[in-house]
Design a protein around this ligand. Structure first.
Ligand SMILES: Nc1nc2c(ncn2[C@@H]2O[C@H](COP(=O)(O)OP(=O)(O)O)[C@@H](O)[C@H]2O)c(=O)[nH]1
Ligand SMILES: [Mg+2]
Length: 391
């Protein structure tokens, strides 16, 4: 056998057996006249220098009031692989949705104009999708192997937010908000039809729904240097994110999170003479859409509910505090596939009954104890009634 010939590189990373996958790298921009030329020229030079797949860059502007649009069209005129689009709907999510929906490429990607993420992560990102291994790939600044330079404030917010996603929603990804992602176009389009957010929450919503629909999200640890020229209003964005989370929890709990995407086939052995462990005796079956949730989420849900109720009871009546605590704990109930409406109605009945049992003027600890006990009772009923899996 000619081993040297076998070691010759083949120039193709295949999306299908017939041709290499093409990649569209979207750059969403809002008032970026200063940063845009440097971004596009650096990225185009990097890709020209040997990116192994056919590519194009698409600049998407919506709402810029400076010279971003003329700069974008000039750059498109300069380089045949650079395109510029302007859309009417405001928000970064809307820009990405429009560009990804109409792209002719097999793989759609995006990155921020400031090139905060080192470009050496681009091929690993795209390759995970091009190879068929994953449907979505994301850069992570929080996963093992990432190296970052970032302000303490953004780091803290980012860690807190992603911990909430993992603990509250059972999210499997470590960094929802890194501006560096790629996806298989034909898979992500029906998924995007389910994504309602047009702003910063777009990424999180897409990833949560992707996992809910059994898609694999691959993570690439990145080198990342924060650029302080930011359009993010931190408080406003945090508020929108929490609102978005409550909405997604509700959508999933009500069974409306399913998108018409082809489910990943069950894993099968590759070896032709494999002797796979029989399904009935497999002690551990993980992943896919039948993820076992474990008692941790139950415990977390109860603690979260109790904490929120306790804090809000300082300013609000029992009914409002209860609804707010439920909305937050709803994130967890969504994971457990509790039907949201039924859950709220039964909880109200149980909480009201528990409060009725208390003597007048029993005090806040007794009251909180009673409603938390009612909440726990509901969880016990739910867990006893069916196993802790989501479909
Ligand atoms: N098209 C579009 N792009 C936006 C919008 N808001 C932010 N961007 C872009 O999104 C990217 C990330 O924004 P940036 O302010 O740097 O966010 P940060 O890195 O998280 O602070 C940049 O390329 C921005 O120009 C928007 O409303 N529309
Ligand atoms: Mg930035």
């Amino acid at each position: 056998m000619d081993t040297r010939a076998a070691m010759q590189p083949t120039p193709r990373v295949l999306d299908t057996a017939a041709r290499p996958a093409s990649v569209d790298i979207v750059i969403p921009v809002l008032n970026e006249e200063r940063a845009l030329p440097g971004c596009v020229r650096t990225l185009a030079a990097f890709l020209d220098a040997g990116f192994p797949l056919p590519w194009r860059i698409t600049i998407v502007d919506n709402g810029s009031t400076d010279a971003t649009w003329p700069v974008a069209t000039a750059l498109a005129g300069e380089h045949e692989h650079v395109h510029a689009r302007r859309i009417e709907v405001r928000g970064r999510g809307a820009a990405l949705r429009a560009a990804w929906r109409e792209s002719p490429a097999d793989i759609v990607a995006y990155m921020d104009v400031d090139l905060s993420t080192a470009l050496d992560a681009l091929f690993p990102l795209v390759a995970a999708v091009a190879s068929g291994h994953s449907e979505i790939a994301i850069g992570t600044r929080l996963g093992r192997g990432a190296r970052i330079r970032r302000s303490a404030r953004r780091e803290l917010i980012s860690r807190g937010y992603n911990a909430l996603l993992r603990q509250g929603f059972g999210a499997g990804f470590s960094d929802a908000q890194c501006g560096f992602k790629a996806a298989r176009a034909r898979v992500v389009r029906p998924l995007m039809d389910k994504v309602e957010d047009d702003g910063w929450f777009f990424d999180t919503e897409l990833l949560l729904l992707a996992e809910h629909n059994g898609l694999r999200v691959h993570e690439v640890p990145v080198d990342w240097v924060e650029d302080v020229d930011s359009r993010v209003q931190v408080v406003r964005t945090a508020y929108d994110d929490l609102k978005g989370l409550a909405r997604v929890a509700w959508t999933i709990a009500a069974g409306r999170g399913r998108a018409p995407v082809a489910a990943r086939p069950e894993p099968v052995p590759w070896h032709p003479e494999a002797m796979p462990v029989p399904a009935h005796s497999a002690g551990a079956v993980r992943g896919g859409t039948a993820r076992s949730q474990g008692a941790f989420f139950l415990l977390f849900s109860v603690v979260l509910y109790a904490l929120v109720y306790w804090l809000l009871r300082e300013f609000q009546g029992p009914a409002t505090a209860n609804v707010c605590a439920l909305v937050l704990a709803g994130a967890v109930t969504a994971v457990l596939r509790l039907r949201a409406v039924l859950f709220v109605v039964v909880n109200h009945a149980l909480a009201a009954a528990a409060l009725n049992l208390l003597p007048p003027g029993a005090g806040r600890p007794a009251e909180a104890g009673a409603v938390v006990a009612a909440y726990c009772l509901l969880l016990v009923i739910r867990v006893t009634a069916s196993p802790l899996t989501r479909d």
